[in-house]
Design a protein around this ligand. Structure first.
Ligand SMILES: NC(=O)c1ccc[n+]([C@@H]2O[C@H](COP(=O)([O-])OP(=O)(O)OC[C@H]3O[C@@H](n4cnc5c(N)ncnc54)[C@H](OP(=O)(O)O)[C@@H]3O)[C@@H](O)[C@H]2O)c1
Length: 328
């Protein structure tokens, strides 16, 4: 079978599609014929060699798939060969066959295309959990989202209206991405730079925002604290720039503002609370099935196109969410 292989830390020069052996499921596992796979920034972080993302080289990326069940391992119930499913694989998902723990394999409802389902187990499920589980979103909240034009950022804009609606302010790394973020559902998108705090304050009538969703390590944390409204929640969920993160700020600002800083990790939930990821995946698939969610995707035709798309993501030039067609 064909699989995307990253041979060494670096860029697309170290990514290639290779023939490898198809995996067989162990106890509690399912093998899946992958129809589509989602692209995620975590694969870019692994590719560039960020600590804690690739544990061996060559590295086989891919953490989000949709396809059909190929084979059931021992002790797996409730699934049958041929079922249409979406899953968080045990890594190595950018391949024609991937393995997943059964508890992270979710049926795809009739009427939902596998192409769309492939964006759910990591990207859309994370976006939902950021809002609900970590962010305690309440209808009417004003939400500030950094990297608003990317995969997670665009999904959050689609999900907020389904959770009761709120005001959405996004930041983007390049001015030319602001228009796409606003087209994708943000009430206002601002390029990060001087005057950002003032712009956010002005946009909220001086009150600030109820919730900040921040994947920028701690580089924007001072700003987040500056623009958080009383009682505001800040969710740190990434470190897009790589490198070390700073210590958290002194408690004084949190105490005086009744503020909360929360961490979020999809990988952490996969390990410690997989049912939360599976439930979020099912819930988003339900939104797609009943037509309440129509999520725009950029589709790549084959695994060979993935390294160039990873380049766009690594350079901050990608917009929206990418999926790749892998199998038939
Ligand atoms: N904690 C979790 O479980 C979890 C799960 C999924 C994703 N994430 C995080 O959420 C973020 C979005 O993920 P995604 O898969 O949807 O990717 P994405 O948004 O499509 O791409 C990543 C974005 O990060 C921003 N960025 C900021 N500094 C960067 C830098 N130094 N180099 C490259 N990009 C930089 C860029 O947008 P701007 O320049 O517009 O800011 C870029 O477009 C990522 O940081 C990812 O690690 C976390």
């Amino acid at each position: 079978m064909r699989a995307l292989v990253m041979t060494a830390p670096g860029g697309s020069e170290n990514s290639e599609v290779r023939e490898v052996d198809a995996p067989r499921p162990g106890p509690g596992e399912v093998s899946i014929d992958v129809a589509y796979a989602g692209l995620n920034f975590v694969d870019v972080m692994a590719r560039r060699g960020d600590t804690g993302y690739a544990f061996e080289w060559p590295h086989r990326p891919g953490l989000e798939i949709a396809g059909t069940v190929r084979e059931l391992g021992a002790e797996v119930g409730g699934l049958s060969v041929g079922d249409r499913v979406a899953a968080v694989p045990t890594g190595r998902g950018l391949a024609e066959v991937a393995l997943a723990r059964a508890e992270l394999v979710v049926p795809v409802p009739d009427g939902v295309a596998l192409r769309e389902a492939a964006a759910v187990p990591l990207g859309l499920a994370t976006s939902l959990l950021l809002l609900t589980e970590a962010g305690r979103f309440t209808p009417g909240d004003t939400v500030l989202v950094h990297s608003a034009g990317g995969g997670i950022g665009s999904a959050i804009a689609q999900l907020v209206p389904l959770l009761g609606g709120g005001r959405l302010i996004g930041t983007v790394g390049r001015p030319e991405k602001a228009a796409a973020a606003e087209k994708g559902g943000y009430d206002l998108a601002i390029a990060r730079g001087d005057g950002l705090a003032e712009a956010v304050r002005a946009a909220t009538g001086g009150r600030g925002v109820d919730l900040v969703l921040d994947p920028l390590g701690t580089t924007a944390l001072a700003l987040d604290l500056e623009v958080a409204a009383p009682g505001g929640r800040i969710v740190l969920f990434g470190n897009a720039g790589g490198g070390t993160v700073d210590a958290l700020p002194p408690a004084g600002r949190l105490l005086s503002g009744n503020l909360t800083i929360t961490g979020f990790s999809h990988r952490g939930l996969v390990a410690a609370a997989p049912a939360k990821v599976a439930n979020a995946t099912s819930r988003v698939l339900g939104f797609l099935a009943d037509g309440r969610l129509a999520f725009p995707l950029s589709e790549l035709a084959s695994l060979a196109d993935v390294p160039a798309a990873h380049d766009l993501m690594a350079e901050g030039r990608a917009t929206g969410k990418y999926v790749v067609q892998v199998g038939g």
